[in-house]
Design a protein around this ligand. Structure first.
Ligand code: ADP
Ligand code: MG
Length: 392
């Protein structure tokens, strides 16, 4: 994969149409988390510094091809202006006139792309209409690039195109973690269920040197080896699949790391009485809710020898104490090694981001992706249409 960046483009005097993700949470008319808006700042400023005019386009919510007033980006425009410190004009339909009237330092925000059914249909006519507004197309929405939509895929072929700063940062981090990583590479995959992460496990065993399997999905692997997991969350019907993944890992020379000790409890609630036992000693009336200290010590030793870490999914039921211990300890160990420049660490996934924040480890990770579905599809080894369309 190779893509152009803003530095490769002639932007002076050009109209630059930028696909961004500003699908921010909103309550009672107020944006409650501005992160997604603040992250497009560098792209906007760099285009303006290079003499280009910035036109932003984005989706908001799921209006499914119809105009839904509450999902209009007009409600978001003032927050973009405030957060970026630039004048923002909103265009609800007469895009051409609005573009003609733009001042140099002004940012134009187009109406919610998904009000038009052509967006999600990747309709070439809709893409042409968007392309007619600009000289250069920039994709800065990695998190929307796992879908072939008019604003992420079709349009990229109609104009000179490149990655924005945020996209550039995300792609570089992901390339460093799985594209051409420094070895040894460790992957940590946890979370609730194997069934949601089959493609991910299948891809990783062929690419990484050590694969830590934790969380509820580790129970499925233990059960597949004939171990009784009591009342634990476990997908018994996936025993064959789990054994296939173990065999594939063995053939590929990938070490699978399963829990070496487990934390069990009879209740799934904060402060529940718990004990640490061997992986094959879960009482029949108990659940496995976390990995124990021996597992954490082993993970820490593997991380200490590794050069790259890629992480998706917590090692236990981290939302309730004390079952956050293994996740917190492993996260802090990775953060410390990263800070000491011994490890490149990349993580992503909704609950993973929450878990790493809760552990106080996020700031020291090399990169934390907030791209959700797009991050997971990339970890599964799938081609992302919006990224592929930028390929040169
Ligand atoms: P992500 O959103 O980062 O991709 P997942 O959604 O796959 O992560 O997994 C997160 C969920 O897995 C959490 O809600 C956590 O409580 C749950 N989980 C982890 N370990 C266990 C376990 N041993 N038993 C039950 N649930 C677990
Ligand atoms: Mg989740």
């Amino acid at each position: 994969m190779a893509w152009k960046t803003l530095d490769d483009m002639d932007l002076n005097g050009k109209r630059v149409l930028v696909r961004v993700d500003i699908n921010v949470p909103m309550e009672d008319g107020v944006v409650t988390d501005l992160t997604r808006i603040s992250r497009i700042a560098d792209t906007v400023y760099d285009i303006q510094d290079a003499g280009g005019k910035v036109i932003l386009m984005a989706h908001y919510g799921r209006p499914k091809g119809k105009v839904v007033e509450e999902m209009s980006l007009i409600h978001i425009a003032p927050f973009v202006a405030e957060e970026l410190g630039v004048p923002v004009t909103f265009a609800d339909s007469d895009y051409r006139d609005a573009v003609k009237e733009m001042e140099d330092d002004e940012v134009l925000l187009l109406e919610n792309l998904r009000f038009n059914p052509g967006e999600e249909a990747n309709d070439p006519e809709f893409a042409k209409r968007l392309a007619s507004l600009c000289d250069v197309y920039v994709n800065d929405a990695f998190s929307a690039s796992h879908r072939a939509h008019a604003s992420t895929e079709a349009i990229a072929k109609l104009r000179p195109s490149c990655a924005g700063r945020l996209m550039e940062e995300e792609l570089s981090a992901l390339e460093a973690a799985l594209g051409k990583p420094k070895r040894p590479v460790v992957a940590v995959v946890g979370g609730a269920k194997v069934s949601t992460k089959l493609d991910l496990l299948g891809n990783l065993v062929g690419k990484v040197d050590h694969l830590v399997i934790g969380g509820g999905m580790a129970n499925t692997f233990l059960a597949a080896q004939g171990i009784n997991v009591g009342k634990s969350l476990c997908e018994h019907d996936l025993a064959d699949t789990a054994r296939e993944i173990l065999a594939k890992a063995e053939a590929a020379g990938c070490e699978i790391i399963l829990p070496r000790d487990i934390v069990v409890a009879r209740e799934f609630k904060a402060g529940a009485a718990s004990e640490t036992v061997a992986p094959d000693a879960c009482p029949a009336d108990a659940m496995i809710l976390d990995a124990g200290p021996a597992t954490v010590a082993y993970i820490e030793a593997v991380l200490a020898n590794a050069k790259t870490l890629i992480w998706n999914g917590p090692l236990g039921a981290f939302e309730i104490e004390p079952f956050d211990k293994a996740t917190n300890a492993a996260a802090l160990a990775a953060a410390k090694l990263t800070k000491a420049k011994k490890l490149i660490s990349v993580a992503g996934g909704g609950d993973t981001v929450a878990a790493l924040n809760q552990a106080g480890a996020s700031a020291d990770f090399t990169y934390i992706s907030t791209a959700g579905g797009a991050f997971l599809e990339w970890m599964e080894g799938k081609e992302l249409p919006g990224v592929a369309a930028l390929n040169i």
